[in-house]
Design a protein around this ligand. Structure first.
Ligand code: NIG
Ligand code: FE
Length: 434
């Protein structure tokens, strides 16, 4: 079918040569079904892209016969999946906290280091300093990090603000995230993480801080289209359940999507609040119970596991058997941040979670594609290769789906397609730290 493909006077395809393409000679194409219930596997399958979207997926023999005019692209006998979705990152920050990890490994705890001026506030100081003195640096570094994510197979990435802390600083960070998005082909979802740590100037004015967020920051974020979702860190070391509820209800009332860092350091009711408010996702959940997971399942809230953060804080992750019983959708994300998760490969995070929780390869794929897309409200567009979905796909340097969570370091993409286009990949060995 070549409907709409432009042709020259002699009837040959012109612009359509790149817009209309068949990816063939795969070992298999593995993709979630449109409802994200299971993984469909097409041995020696093919995918046809047209005008940036998936036109068809199925057996190569059949599709090749039907799409003779499509530009052929040889997958060289390798595995093809949808582009991966990293639904939880804090990718915009300056500096690092490697020394803090050493202190924690010697026994100091996360909350004590934070209370003594380290932790989130230390990164906020470095980030604000950079924002003031090297205006372009944050944006450029974020763009190169996003390129690294693309080279690792991610075509959709969520980026949270959260390391400026003050209301105006958070708005500036969101502007810079938007700026970085112009520099790279990756699809970006911007989230305003507004309750992360109480900013210094508001130390004795907690209520005023919350008032300002609700009165002016949230409406301004919505009116200026700076973010599509709002996040909070719901934990005794950060913000209480009631403080989180207030900000999230206001955000929801303005039409913004909501999500929570929930039940990470202790079980403080975050997952229940997420379920009650109909949040898109509840993330972390290291301290959540089976009952919490059931509540998430009933409300359709995705539970997002962040295995690199759990490892770094030496916490355990839930068992796959319990998660299956509870019936909630599970996503896996990097949580990339300088404090708890300096993890730069989503696939490696999935490989870790597979081993630590007991996920099979199909569950792991769902967790970093369809379910992760759902955590962003983007499951009709990305996370699967269903006709009509975005033409975002990866050819991997391996042959079977089971190899994706198997190799460590993780297998790498041969090619990453975004909008049906195969753009050159950057060398990921390039240094991205400051
Ligand atoms: O997702 N838990 C809150 N936020 C981050 C950690 C932030 C930091 O330590 O810098 C997280 O783990
Ligand atoms: Fe996080």
């Amino acid at each position: 079918m070549t409907l709409g493909s432009p042709r020259d006077a002699s009837g040959r395809l012109v612009a359509g040569r790149t817009a209309y393409m068949i990816l063939h000679n795969t070992s298999e194409v593995a993709t979630p079904d449109p409802e994200g219930r299971r993984v469909l596997r097409y041995p020696r399958g093919a995918v046809v892209f047209q005008d940036g979207r998936v036109l068809e997926v199925g057996s190569a023999a059949e599709l090749s016969a039907r799409h003779r005019d499509a530009r052929p692209l040889n997958a060289n006998g390798h595995l093809v999946t949808p582009g991966l979705v990293d639904c939880h990152t804090h990718m915009i920050f300056a500096g690092h906290r490697a020394l803090e990890l050493q202190r924690r490994l010697r026994g100091e705890d996360y909350a004590a280091i934070a209370a003594a001026g380290g932790g989130i506030r230390a990164t906020a100081t470095a980030t604000l300093d950079e924002m003031e003195n090297r205006p372009d640096a944050l944006e450029k570094r974020l763009a190169s990090r996003l390129e690294r994510w693309r080279a690792n197979g991610c075509t959709t990435v969520e980026v949270k603000s959260g390391y400026a802390l003050t209301p105006s600083g958070e708005e500036s960070l969101l502007e810079r995230i938007r700026g970085a998005a112009q520099r790279v082909p990756v699809r970006l979802h911007r989230t305003a993480l507004l309750l992360h740590a109480l900013p210094e100037p508001y130390q004795d004015r907690r209520e005023e801080f919350l008032d300002e967020l609700c009165r002016s920051t949230l409406p301004s974020i919505r009116d200026r289209d700076l973010a599509t979702a709002v996040d909070v860190f719901c934990d005794p070391v950060a913000f209480s359940l009631e403080e989180c509820r207030r900000v999230l209800e206001r955000a929801r009332g303005l039409g913004l999507a909501i999500k929570l860092h929930a039940d990470q350091l202790s079980r403080s009711g975050g997952a229940e609040l997420a379920a009650e408010l109909g949040a898109r996702s509840a993330d972390h959940l290291e301290s959540a119970t089976e009952e919490d997971w059931r509540a998430l399942g009933e409300s359709g809230t995705v539970g997002v596991l962040l295995p690199a953060a759990a490892l770094t804080l030496r916490q355990s992750l839930p068992e796959a058997g319990m998660l299956r019983r509870a019936g909630a959708r599970v996503a896996i994300a990097t949580d990339f941040n300088p404090g708890t998760s300096p993890a730069q490969s989503l696939l490696e995070c999935a490989a870790l979670a597979s081993r630590l929780c007991g996920f099979d390869a199909e569950e792991a794929l769902l967790a970093i594609t369809w379910n992760a897309a759902r955590a962003l409200g983007a499951e009709s567009e990305v996370g699967h290769l269903t006709p009509g979905a975005c033409g975002d796909a990866v050819i991997w340097e391996c042959e079977t789906l089971e190899e994706l969570p198997y190799w460590l370091p993780a297998v790498r993409p041969d090619c990453v397609f975004i909008r049906g286009a195969d753009l050159a990949l950057p060398a990921v060995e390039r240094r991205v730290w400051p």
